[in-house]
Design a protein around this ligand. Structure first.
Ligand code: HGA
Length: 608
């Protein structure tokens, strides 16, 4: 969602702002803008609806320069997508970019209008700009004090960066809700929504915490915590590679990330397997921390693709580790009165670690008496990592494509390793041994299926004009069907729905006719016979069927089998998502869609 980049340096910052905001495109946005204070102390602001490239063109035409300024990509929440609503917003000498939502903005707007302020946009952010200006002029306070006073009046989330044109030597950042990171440079300092925006300039970062206000100057930074005490925050040296945020030989980040899965899974396995092939999750090792030993129930909370990964793991936790597991969508979990099971342990899953709904769920759960909580996440230093008792980082590397791929398969890898670890705690060593052995075969099996891309491309071309697709699976392949349908919806804009195959007769069978395409995931297992019956039921009613299986079937003309290699049953759910990811990718490609930045979607969903 919204992306922020700001800089104060000895040199012209225009290119830093533009390059930084370009790097944040992956978060999803509708419009972008930039403002600098130039050498004559004028505020120069340029804003455009559409892609950052439009902004770059406009900025280059106007040949502007400045040593302090900010840029923003806006994912609209308040006020339609328009130039007027695009950030930065200005109130006289105050310039603001903001990520979040101000819930009481209407009341504040009425109040500020009464004070004589004229609004040029419909955003909640312009309310912040005028409020800051009003507070500043009431008492002639410093900008830092003004911000402190103003944020007390804001209900909601307000991660923001502010510049006062009358003191154009400092950026002030305030964090609430969405992340902000300070990048430390040699000849200046920077602020961004995430480190990816700044990796081309620095590797040294300071993460702001909830409630922090930071004063960032060319040569120094000062941070004040929620209670307004000056505080030192740790400097983190990032090990993320700038080059891994590039597409390289691939046409899209999503394509690159699909093909990177064997490496990401290998890296994840290598990271948590010791030489003797035992699993080592550093935070779960010590006896007193070994809460899983005591846990009698696992509650997983997540959104989107992470939720689908959690659903798969439910089957594993229950069948392999014999521990009851429930999975719930984060936004639902945090908005209802819960009855917490006895000795229940909470797990949150998120690629970015900043998913607002999942964070709210964690904060809510902390008040409810769970045994403890663990987050499985791809981003070190993220809010979920900081706020959870324990964390396990997936080793997927930077994921830029909005439609998650490698974060899904590395989450599943970690979840299956966690199941093995719990089996170890319960002294069921044969289970953990089997899991580890199966997982070690996974990367090379995925390499094999990735070579089938031409076959999948042919099917994709046939499906690209479809309006509806039904996905079916049984057991742990049902969540894989859900994830396959989600990929198609996200990037190919085709209505796709997933059902447990057994539910067919209870409703969806009514949808079957010659216009309905049905994709079925049917590897050889105990449920195969039942799913073969489902295939017949659809076949008789004329639906066009594609079956992904390691088996041959006796079938009619309207059934197409996509024969896949046999893999070990434990890892097969992870394996079967790969052809479905490729299918969604190639359908979107043949439809000419914006694969890496699908309409209306954002990578890191930082508002609830
Ligand atoms: N509420 C502001 C900012 C939106 C946002 O943070 N999106 O991620 C707006 O609508 O401009």
């Amino acid at each position: 969602m919204c992306g922020i980049v700001a800089a104060v340096t000895r040199y012209n910052i225009i290119n830093i702002l533009l390059e930084g905001i370009k790097k944040l495109e992956y978060r999803g946005y509708d419009s972008s803008g930039l403002a600098v204070v130039d050498h004559k102390n004028n505020i120069i602001r340029i804003r455009c609806v559409g892609k950052v490239n439009e902004l770059i063109k406009e900025v280059n035409k106007k040949k502007i320069s400045g040593h302090i300024g900010m840029a923003h990509t806006r994912w609209a929440t308040h006020g339609k997508i328009s130039k007027e609503n695009t950030h930065p917003h200005i109130s006289s000498n105050i310039i603001v970019v903001h990520n979040g939502v101000i819930n009481n903005n209407s009341i504040l707007r009425v109040f500020l209008k009464k004070q004589g302020y004229i609004f040029y946009s419909d955003t909640d952010t312009e309310v912040i700009a005028h409020l800051l200006h009003w507070e500043q002029n009431k008492k002639k306070d410093s900008l830092q004090q003004t911000i402190r006073k103003s944020i007390k009046k804001l209900h909601g989330n307000y991660s923001m960066v502010v510049i006062d044109k009358n003191n154009p030597f400092q950026l002030i950042a305030a964090r609430s809700g969405s992340p902000l990171v300070i990048g430390l440079g040699e000849e200046g300092n920077f602020i961004a929504s995430d480190q990816i925006a700044l990796l081309h300039i620095t590797k040294r970062f300071v993460y702001l915490e909830e409630g922090d206000v930071a004063i960032v100057k060319k040569k120094e930074i000062n941070i004040f915590n929620r209670k307004n005490f000056k505080i030192e925050r740790k400097v983190t040296i990032s090990n993320l590679q700038y080059k891994s945020a590039k597409k390289g030989k691939y046409s899209h980040y999503m394509e690159k990330e699909i093909y990177e899965q064997p490496i990401s899974i290998r890296n994840t396995l290598k990271h948590y397997l010791k030489e003797n092939n035992s699993i080592y999750f550093p935070e779960l090792e010590s006896k007193e921390k070994n809460i899983f030993y005591h846990a009698e129930h696992i509650q997983i909370v997540a959104c989107g693709t992470s939720y689908n990964a959690a659903l798969v793991s439910k089957y594993w936790f229950e069948s392999l580790a014999n521990i009851p597991c429930d999975v719930e969508i984060a936004s639902e979990f945090s908005s209802r009165k819960l009855a917490v099971r006895k000795k229940s342990f909470l797990i949150t899953l998120s690629q970015s670690g900043e998913t607002a709904d999942t964070l709210s769920a964690l904060r809510y759960a902390k008040k409810l008496g769970y045994l403890g909580n663990l987050t499985i996440c791809n981003m070190e230093g993220s809010s979920l990592v900081k706020e959870s008792d324990f964390h396990i980082l997936t080793q997927a590397g930077i994921e830029i494509g909005v439609a998650s791929t490698k974060s899904f398969t590395t989450q599943l890898t970690v979840l299956l390793m966690l199941v093995a670890k719990i089996a170890d705690f319960k002294k069921k060593y044969f289970i953990s041994k089997k899991i580890i052995h199966s997982l070690s075969t996974l990367p090379s099996q995925i390499e094999k299926i990735l070579k089938k891309n031409e076959l999948i491309k042919t099917i994709a071309n046939k499906l690209s004009n479809k309006k509806n697709i039904l996905f079916l699976g049984r057991g742990e392949y049902y969540p894989i069907a859900i994830e396959g349908a989600l990929k198609i919806k996200e990037i190919a804009y085709i209505h796709a729905e997933a059902y447990p195959a057994g539910e067919l007769k209870h409703g969806p069978l009514a949808l079957i006719d010659e216009n309905m395409t049905v994709i079925i995931i049917a590897p050889k297992n105990l449920l195969l016979e039942k799913i073969q019956n489902n295939i017949k039921e659809i076949c008789l009613r004329g639906g066009l069927i594609y079956v992904f299986s390691d088996q041959d079937f006796d079938c009619e003309d309207n059934v197409h089998i996509i024969k896949l290699p046999k893999v070990q049953e434990l890892i097969a759910p992870i394996f079967y998502i790969i052809p479905l990811q490729l299918l969604a990718y190639y359908i979107a490609l043949s439809k000419g869609k914006n694969i890496d930045q699908p309409r209306h979607l954002a990578k890191s969903v930082t508002v609830e």
